[in-house]
Design a protein around this ligand. Structure first.
Ligand code: GLU
Length: 505
């Protein structure tokens, strides 16, 4: 490809960005970077009625957290700015005038009441009202007004909208990079509103004009925009502009596969559907975000990349750099991709293991402090290195390792029943005697000595190891008992054994 690739992510700041939106941004980013092109962020905020305070900041913060950086955008100006449509509003009128001039758009004066009446009438006849090629000649618009009549109406400041004049009796040949060729008969289309009398363009007009002016070569967006494709391609034709290539990404489905994953599913299904936490400015309601739930951005981007794409092999772990290298639009699937929260945790487990231990320690220290323990960093490092394999989140660390820092104060009843037998007290007393005699309390030494001692006593291993573990941990879990004993030291090991004997006998 010797064309200079330019793609954009064009969210409307109407609320938090759903993970489907993050995937759209990600695929655009991957495609741009793969081809040495540019990735733009354009804020589509022409619909002031749907504007939500804080949504734009939220979008930028989400992309930033995911590592999806843009080359041009509101705070990253390039040659095609501004990148917020509300700051470009003066420019759209000129383009809609072009379409009026060449007969591809017209003024429509129908009032809300008139249109409502038409809708009701159609409903009564069991049909649906649609403003388009079949009926526009009978409606209240400039198509059948003389130039003079139109002038008078405009001078009288009659309220109007400007509609696109869909070409009648035409079959549009559309092409989608993922879906291939699609034929659409213009008879099924309506004359969409391009411009409102408040001087604001609608999404359709602003989107096409901006994609053209911003030299966008590929429009990569969600499948929900596929129905707009005929209009968008028709608009390019009406302007006489070369259209970009289009790729509509498959839907992300609920885990059940039944229906599209919606913004509300997060609360209902118990996993986040937003990249970062969102606090609704109107109600104060909090929606969970992956970041705040302790996920790593690598988890989210890897998981999202595979929702609708693979590289043709069985590989499942991809760093962002690797995705850039391997990404192909032609390998994006057509059918919906089922969201899988368990798989997401599986990715998270993997990426947590990849984190430098120092970083994990830094995240664990505040949790330790909140439990009122302030150990040496090197000690915490050793503990984290030992237990992280069992953890999916840093927030799992305390539960997996508290016994390295504090003595158990109670014993899990089920474990105690299983591990502490009638003769356990006696054997633990003997073990204490053995441990007291050890000068070197390193893990290897303790392990070798205790194992030897068990053997010479002719005992089963469990007879000693089970009550020992119970005494040190408070339950029948945790890593190697000798590692725990050596880590907490001789005095603490003995003290825990005494406490257990007191409590359990
Ligand atoms: N503003 C649209 C949205 O919110 C953009 C759709 C497109 O990419 O064309 O998704």
């Amino acid at each position: 490809m010797n064309q200079h690739i330019r793609v954009r992510f064009a969210p409307s700041p109407t609320g938090p960005l759903h993970i489907g939106g993050v995937r759209t941004a990600l695929y655009n980013y991957l495609f741009a970077k793969k081809h040495g092109g540019d990735f733009l962020l354009r804020i589509e905020d022409t619909d002031q009625t749907r504007f939500v305070e804080g949504a734009e900041t939220y979008i930028k913060e989400s992309l930033d957290w995911c590592g999806i950086s843009y080359d041009e955008g509101p705070e990253q100006p390039g040659d095609c700015g501004p990148y917020r449509q509300s700051e470009r509003k003066d420019l759209y009128a000129e383009y809609v005038d072009q379409l009026i001039g060449n007969g591809r758009a017209y003024y429509a004066f129908d009032t809300a009441e008139e249109l409502d009446a038409k809708r009701k009438e159609a409903e009564q006849q069991g049909t649906k009202f649609s403003y388009g090629p079949k009926n526009r000649d009978d409606l209240n618009n400039s198509l059948h007004l003389s130039a003079e009549e139109l002038k008078v109406r405009l001078e009288n400041e009659e309220a109007y909208v400007i509609r696109f004049k869909t070409e009648a009796h035409k079959t549009l040949e559309l092409h989608d990079e993922i879906r291939g060729y699609i034929e659409v008969d213009t008879e099924v289309l309506d004359d969409k509103i391009l411009f409102k009398s408040d001087g604001m363009p609608t999404y359709h007009l602003a989107n096409i004009v901006d994609d053209h002016l911003m030299k966008i070569t590929h429009v990569i967006r969600g499948e929900e925009w596929l129905p707009s494709l005929p209009l968008h391609v028709s608009l390019y034709q009406a302007f006489g502009w070369e259209a970009p290539k289009f790729a509509h990404l498959p839907l992300i489905l609920k885990p059940s596969g039944k229906g599209k994953l919606s913004k509300r599913d997060g609360d209902q299904l118990g996993f986040p559907v937003f990249p970062i936490e969102w606090i609704d400015p109107a109600s104060g309601a909090v929606s969970a975000g992956y970041r705040e739930e302790g996920y790593l951005p690598e988890t989210l981007t890897n998981m999202l990349a595979l929702l609708g794409w693979n590289d043709g092999t069985d590989q499942e772990f991809f760093s962002l750099e690797e995705m850039v290298e391997k990404f192909e639009l032609s390998r994006v699937h057509k059918s919906g991709a089922k969201f899988d929260p368990e798989k997401t945790e599986w990715f998270q487990h993997h990426y947590l293991q990849e984190q430098p231990v120092e970083d994990l320690v830094d995240q664990f220290l505040p949790i330790l402090a909140s439990n009122d323990v302030y150990p040496e960093k090197t000690y915490v490092k050793e503990v984290v290195a030992t237990i992280k394999e069992r953890a999916t989140f840093v927030s799992d660390f305390w539960e997996l390792s508290f016994f390295y820092f504090v003595a158990p104060t109670e014993f899990d009843a089920k474990s105690a029943k299983k591990a502490w037998k009638n003769d356990s007290e006696e054997w633990m007393r003997a073990l204490i005697g053995k441990l007291e005699s050890l000068e070197d309390f390193s893990k290897d030494k303790v392990q070798a000595e205790v194992k030897d001692w068990i053997n010479t006593q002719g005992l089963g291993f469990g007879k000693i190891m089970q009550p020992l573990r119970l005494s040190l941990v408070g339950a029948m879990r945790g890593p190697d008992v000798f590692h725990i004993a050596a880590s907490i030291g001789k005095a603490e090991t003995l003290s825990r054994l005494h406490f257990a004997m007191e409590k359990l006998s």
